[in-house]
Ligand binder design. Structure first.
Ligand code: UT7
Length: 328
């Protein structure tokens, strides 16, 4: 097989049913709807009920992506997550089995909020090497399970959810679904800025420092991905930034040279869903009719590790399947 790039063939996303508003949080935490909205752009988030796991959301999002792609089989499954059901083994084989895919290679990717883009690079690599013709990539998180309810620097930011894409071999060129060069990076000297300290249960983040680095890294890697794709900011129909914070997304758009009308956002409804953030955002925008087949997207993320990444995409000609866990 001659490698001619990779394409997205289908898109799915799954959100837990329970909506947690800013006012719900303010009932138990020294914060307010006004503070959270103005400092982050978040109005509400979805949190799982006890007993619902990352693999539950992942399997639902994966089933939806397969349906969107019009297939029931793939050659490999990748799950990007920060919140696996267990620290060992990986979630992906379990999710694959639930989708009727026993026997296919399945592995997890851990890159926190950059997980989807690292996973996408893995999927493209499996296809380029000839190891797979189709890959199901799922990014799924239940961050609510690692949040300290007393920490107002994290509790209001993160939400649960899962997004997924089916990736297949391309024909080359600017075809629907085409995935551009994946540009990735890391800096482990900042590992302690975003972490669950060893032996502890809760996630900790040094918000101010993360904010500064997120703006710089996301802007730089987004510009890098544009350049490697042979594109300029005016060629992009939509910027799909990791939904870290409205002020971070605005600052990145400004630095990259993309005006606010072209920036996708679902922060208001789902908050920051970490690895799941970009595919949930894209599925939401497509389902709402804001993203059409053939549109050019620049996706960019930053997260714990520290890690960052960006890629350009051409939106596929496939109906995104976005739904609520437990509801068709
Ligand atoms: O997904 C991975 C990447 N993650 C991110 O990119 C997150 C990046 N960081 C952020 O989004 C922001 O830093 C936060 C939203 C976490 C915090 O916003 P900030 O504008 O950096 O606030 P701050 O930490 O500088 O705090 C400003 C003030 C402080 O009060 P004083 O010292 O000025 O009196 C805080 O105590 O706001 C206070 N504060 C709050 N007040 C109400 C901090 N958090 C809250 C809160 N509610 N939740």
């Amino acid at each position: 097989m001659t490698y001619r790039g990779a394409v997205i063939l289908g898109v799915g996303a799954s959100l837990p049913r329970r909506v947690v508003t800013n006012d719900d949080l303010a009932a138990g935490l020294d914060t307010s709807d006004e503070w959270i909205r103005s400092r982050t752009g978040i109005g509400a988030r979805r949190w799982v009920d006890p007993g619902t796991s990352t693999s539950d959301l992942a399997a639902d999002a994966g089933a939806r992506a397969l349906r969107s792609a019009g297939t029931s089989t793939v050659d490999a499954v990748i799950v990007a997550t920060t919140t696996p059901d267990r620290s060992c083994p990986a979630v992906a084989p379990d999710v694959a089995a639930r989708l009727g895919l026993v026997g296919v290679p399945a592995h997890d990717v851990a890159a926190v909020c950059t997980g989807f883009l690292y996973g996408l690079a893995n999927a493209v690599g499996l296809i380029a090497s000839g190891a797979a013709r189709t890959v199901l990539l799922i990014a799924a998180e239940t961050f609510s399970t690692i949040l300290d309810p007393a920490d107002r620097g994290t509790a209001e930011i993160f939400g649960d959810g899962a997004g997924a894409v089916v990736v297949g071999a391309g024909r080359g060129g600017d075809e629907p679904g085409a995935i551009g060069p994946c540009v990735l990076g890391s800096d482990g000297t900042g590992a302690d800025l975003i972490q669950v300290p060893a032996g502890e249960a809760y996630f900790r983040m040094r918000g101010k420092e993360v904010f500064r680095q997120a703006v710089e890294r996301m802007s730089d890697v987004a510009l890098d991905a544009l350049e490697r794709s042979g594109l300029g900011p005016d060629d992009v129909d939509h910027l799909a930034p990791h939904q870290a914070n409205r002020r971070i997304c605005d600052a990145v758009a400004q630095r990259v040279g993309i005006d606010a009308s072209r920036v996708l956002s679902d922060l208001d409804a789902v908050g920051n869903t970490a690895a799941a953030s970009i595919p949930v955002l894209l599925a939401d925008a497509a389902a709402a009719g804001r993203l059409d087949a053939g549109d050019r997207v620049l996706a960019v993320a930053f997260g714990g590790g520290l890690t960052w990444g960006a890629v350009t995409l051409i939106w596929p000609d496939a109906a995104a399947d976005l739904g609520t866990l437990g509801e068709g």
